[in-house]
Design a protein around this ligand. Structure first.
Ligand code: ADP
Ligand code: MG
Length: 356
């Protein structure tokens, strides 16, 4: 099995588009690494450069300790590079490559055409009727490009579990591309969040969730997404408050100090708070008396295990995830507590985190 190193990788296509820029990443043996980000952010381009299907414009790619930039795809020990195909050791290579397409009910002739085309690019046409195990040596790295993207929701969840099991079974390094943050969070040991060809943050799911380094990552990871409120920090004695629309919440001392240190007092910042960290319970209102706000309820969405409240404070929209049993309806005015330990603050201009 293998580790990978991507050093200052850049891809500029013939048309002048730079799809990936200054991409630096060390991947350890047996890691399940996810590339996640919106469509067009350079995920597939990066994966294709690792596979050798796309030339690297600048930078260095190592697999193990071997420089791979000029090594042919078939010689990279990336024995399986199946975009949109699953991988099962008991099925032939052909069936593996056809698997995702079959699930999607692609016509047989179309499946054959696409599998053969991919096999031709990978120079593995002569291996199509063998099982993956029979391929030269053990595959070192498995690359998967949005293998579940066209499945319906239920099948996608089932297949997600299958892929997690596959990783456990193979004990291999997997690089997996998706635009779906839920898939990323549930599958990855580490997640690379990308935007416009540039890495925004590389961390484990729990660190990405708790300590997003900028507004983009904060908004991208988590569902419903983190609430953002433009606010002005004010120092009152030893305390720092974040004020917005005549309301305010008090920051814990540690976070307050970070704002002071950053010179953010009196300047516009963005307050971030996840829907699950806004509470309507008596207990929370009592526990966090300095972090209670008043908001108008517009829509209530009952999801069974939880309820989403669509709220507003003047022109600021908020979402809170609350207990489904509470009695609340559209038109109500509601007191809610922000859990102060869960408040994030971002620099409005640089969009970088000031405190998590
Ligand atoms: P993602 O997989 O994250 O959706 P891609 O890597 O496919 O993103 O694309 C990144 C950027 O590169 C996009 O702007 C896309 O239009 C461009 N691009 C992708 N493939 C090519 C190509 N073969 N030639 C020119 N531009 C391309
Ligand atoms: Mg893609």
């Amino acid at each position: 099995m293998a580790s990978l190193q991507l050093k200052n990788i850049k891809k500029t296509y013939g048309n002048g588009i730079t799809a990936v820029n200054d991409f630096n990443l060390d991947i350890e043996d047996k890691e399940f690494i996810i590339f996640v980000g919106p469509s067009g952010c350079g995920k597939s381009t990066t994966l294709r450069m690792i596979a050798g299907l796309e030339e690297i414009t600048e930078g260095e790619l190592y697999i193990g300790d071997k420089l791979m930039n000029d090594v042919a795809p078939k010689d990279r020990d990336i024995a399986m590079v199946f975009q949109n195909y699953a991988l099962y050791p008991h099925m032939t290579v052909y069936d593996n490559m056809a698997f995702g397409l079959k699930l999607r009910k692609t016509p047989k002739a179309e499946i054959e055409k696409r599998v053969k085309e991919a096999a031709r690019i990978l120079e593995i046409e002569h291996l199509l009727d063998r099982k993956p195990k029979a391929l030269s040596g053990e595959p070192k790295v498995f690359l998967m490009d949005e293998p579940l993207s066209n499945l319906d929701a239920k099948l996608r969840v089932q297949m997600r579990v299958e892929i997690a099991k596959l990783h456990q079974r193979l004990q291999a390094t997997i690089i997996y591309v998706t635009h779906d943050q839920v898939e990323a969070m549930t599958l990855g040991t580490r997640i690379v969040v990308m935007k416009d060809g540039i890495i925004q943050q590389v961390d484990s799911p729990v660190v990405l969730y708790n300590e997003p380094q900028n507004l983009f990552v904060a908004g991208f990871i988590g569902s419903p997404q983190m609430n953002f409120i433009d606010a002005i920090p004010e120092k009152k004695g030893n305390d720092v408050w974040l004020n917005f629309h005549g309301q305010g919440v008090k920051l814990p001392a540690e976070k307050a100090q970070k704002l002071v240190d950053a010179g953010a007092i009196g300047k516009e910042v963005v307050l971030g708070i996840r829907p699950e960290d806004i509470h309507e319970t008596e207990e929370a209102l009592t526990k966090f008396p300095d972090d209670v706000i008043t908001a108008d309820v517009h829509v209530t969405e009952l999801l069974g295990a939880e309820m989403h409240l669509y709220l507003s404070i003047e022109d600021v929209d908020l979402i809170a995830t609350v207990n489904p049993r509470i009695k609340v309806k559209s038109g109500d005015r509601l007191k809610l507590a922000f859990d102060p330990s869960r408040i994030h603050v971002f620099d409005k201009e640089t969009e970088q985190v000031i405190t998590n």
